[in-house]
Structure formats: C-alpha cells, structure tokens
Design a protein around this ligand. Structure first.
Ligand code: NIG
Ligand code: FE
Length: 397
C-alpha cells in the first residue's frame, strides 16, 4: 500500500525532516519505504495507492506522560484553588492525590477502564497512537495492580499502544502518614515486584517532592526497579528543587518530568545521561506556576525535550496533546518544530521506544494525516482539531 500526494514530516535529521511531495510505502504494519515521489523505486510504483490530497503526514502522536486511569474527579479542588488554596495546602489537608486514591480504591478494574475510555478517546481523536499511563492512585498492592491491569486492558478496547509506568511512590497513603519508608518497604516495593511478575510494568516512576518522597527514598525505588531490569523516570523539580533530576540522571533515567525548578547543572546532567526532559505545560498552567523550565539550558546542552498532557484529575485536567503543544510554544517558548519533536521522536525516547515517533523504514506504521499545509499549524491553533485520519499498525483506525 502506498500513501501518495503527501507532505511527510519524517522527524528524521534536522527540523521536521520534511519531504514536500512524498510517498510512504506500508508493509505489514511497518513503514517499508519513505521518500520523495520522484525517488520511488520502479518495483513499488504498481502497488495499491491512496491519494491523500497534499495533506501533511506525521508520525502518530505519543503522549508520554499521563495519569489516564483513575476514579473520581477533583472539580471541587479546582474551585478551592480559585478561592486561594494552593495545590500543596490541599494535599496536606488530605485532598489532592489522596482524594483520587479514595475514589480509585472504590472502583473495579471495569470501572477504571470505563472511566478512562472517554479520556483516551479525546487523545486518539487528535492523532495519538501511543499513550503512557501510570499507576499511583492505588497506594495499596491490589489497587496499584488494578490500575495497571486497567491500563493494559485499554489496548483491547481501542487501537492504541499503551506503555505503563509503576508509580507506587506517588504519595504516602494516610495509614502510613509519617512513615514513608515503611510504606515503601511494605507496600510500594512488594507491589512493584508483583506487578512486574504479572508483566504489567514497562517503567518505574516516582514523585520526588516535599509533599511526596525524598531523593533518598526515590533512590530505593530506583534500585528495586533496576534489580528487576526496569527503566526509571521521575516527576522531578515540579514545585521545588530537591535534586530529583540529578538523581534521575545518575540512574540513567528515560526522562525527568516537569523540571520547572531544574537548573543549568541539571540540564548538563541530563545531557550526560541521555535522559529526556519531559515538559508538562498543562500542570504549569493549571497550578498558575510562574517558574519556567530551563528551556534555553536544555537547548544549549542538547537535552531532548518531550511534551505531554500529564492528563490527571488534579494538577492537569488536560486531554488534548495539540493544546499541550500550543502551551509548550506559548508558555515555554518552544518552537512549533520542537513541540512536534516533543510529541513524536523525543516522546518515543522518553518511553524507551525505538520503533515509534519517526517515519523511516522499519518503524511502526502509526501515522497521523492532517488537514494542514505546514507542521507549525499543529501548534498554532487553540481548540481546533485538524486531524483527517489516524493510521494504527498500518491500518486506518
Ligand atoms: O504529574 N506531580 C505529581 N503527580 C501528578 C499530579 C497528580 C494529581 O494531582 O493527582 C502530576 O502533576
Ligand atoms: Fe504526572
């Protein structure tokens, strides 16, 4: 099958790797060939083809940081913050993440799947083909496993690839108040090992913050992950600078996420470890944050930047990756090209995926076809969805 009469943003090499009059050959769910129309090999010319009318084709988008599976919502806290309470005040009063924990514990796997599907559908409608989903609202062994089972089950309900992260170190549950180390020993690490045995974990995440876990505590989780052969990533430097980014870099993390309070030294550390900085403008916006992530330092040191929704019921009720791209540009001053790299090739890297995020021979044929004339249009409009078609695994989804 050939896709013809297209502009292709391959996301290979410099910029978007744009091919103005391109052809993509699909072969068994993979990209067989891509290049300018004029270079199409003779033996391919006779295949079935589909004329896409000059539209732009990008890799299927990748949302590399979400908390899509959870019970309940936190609309009341949205109101409380507007009345003056801070995110940390609400968390310390037993709300915040812990309020979602109560609702998630009360839900069955089926309930969690049913609640996640409309959120997932909003992402898929904008060309997302791969989504990362974290646990972290269970904070007991069985509910952490159920969240990951629900995340995996979504792949059976929709044409999407789900990558899971175990986030048992997200908050200290009330029954372990003041005993974070006991929680790690008795719940978090046993849950991680059980989830890994069940094949539910692709990576291990944590929340390194004053209202969550210290770097020393996160290090215990990372050591347990590495003993199981699992890659790590971290919510780091979101509300304060505790050294999570440097810790993540020392452990060769796939990514350090949020990173508003990261420093130029942190950027150097990420560059050395080859970790991605994942920027989450939805949480920055929702929490009225004013500290900007050190984008210039990331650029200077060549740290790849990913962009994601951080879709969650508290700090980032954002279910549009295109809006995350727009916010990345307007709030963080990314270029539209950086925003697109952030939801394709760099997002793939933040998930450790070598077969997605670029259009090149051998890569998965997960594609988004857009009714736009230029890649910058994907970041430019607000609340407008120009998706024409989503291809998943070589088929229209
Ligand atoms: O990525 N930072 C910690 N975790 C989430 C927030 C979760 C919540 O508020 O429910 C985040 O922003
Ligand atoms: Fe998050």
């Amino acid at each position: 099958m050939l896709l013809t009469n297209i502009q292709v943003a391959t996301m290979e090499g410099e910029g978007c790797g744009l091919i103005p009059d391109g052809v993509i050959a699909l072969r068994g769910g993979r990209i067989g060939w891509v290049g300018p129309h004029t270079d199409l090999p003779d033996d391919m010319a006779g295949q079935d083809s589909r004329d896409l009318g000059g539209r732009l084709v990008t890799p299927g988008l990748i949302d590399c940081h979400t908390h899509l599976v959870h019970g309940g919502d936190r609309a009341r806290e949205f109101e409380m913050r507007l009345e003056g309470a801070s995110y940390e005040d609400i968390a310390l009063a037993g709300g915040g993440i812990l309020s979602t924990v109560r609702d998630t514990r009360a839900a069955s796997v089926e309930d969690l799947v049913a609640a996640a599907l409309p959120r997932l559908d909003a992402l898929l409608a904008e060309g997302v083909c791969t989504v990362e989903i974290k646990s972290g609202y269970g904070l007991d062994i069985e509910t952490e496993l159920d969240m990951l089972r629900a995340a995996r089950a979504l792949e059976r309900h929709r044409k999407v690839r789900v990558v899971t992260s175990f986030l048992g170190a997200h908050a200290v549950p009330p029954d372990y108040d003041g005993r974070a180390d006991d929680y790690l020993e008795e719940v978090c690490l046993p849950a991680l090992r059980a989830a890994h045995r069940e094949g539910l974990v692709d990576a291990v995440d944590g929340f390194c913050e004053g209202i969550a876990f210290t770097p020393a505590q996160i290090e215990r989780v990372f050591e347990a992950a590495q003993a199981l052969g699992l890659p790590v990533k971290l919510h780091a430097e979101q509300l304060s600078h505790l050294g999570g980014t440097a810790l993540a870099a020392r452990h060769g993390a796939l990514s350090a996420d949020h990173v508003e309070y990261a420093t130029a030294d942190d950027a150097r550390a990420l560059a050395r470890s080859g970790s991605v900085a994942t920027l989450l403008p939805g949480a920055f916006y929702t929490l009225h944050e004013s500290q900007l992530p050190p984008v210039a330092a990331f650029r200077r040191h060549g740290v790849p930047m990913a962009l994601a929704t951080d879709a969650n019921p508290g700090s980032s009720p954002l279910f549009s990756l295109l809006l995350a791209m727009n916010m990345g540009c307007t709030l963080f001053r990314l270029t539209p090209q950086e925003a697109l790299s952030g939801t394709t090739r760099h997002a793939a890297r933040a998930l450790g995926l070598a077969d997605a995020g670029r259009i090149a021979p051998g890569m998965r044929a997960d594609l988004a076809v857009w009714d736009v004339g230029h890649p910058a249009e994907l970041s430019y409009r607000i609340g407008f969805n120009p998706l024409h078609q989503r291809w998943f695994n070589g088929e229209i989804a």
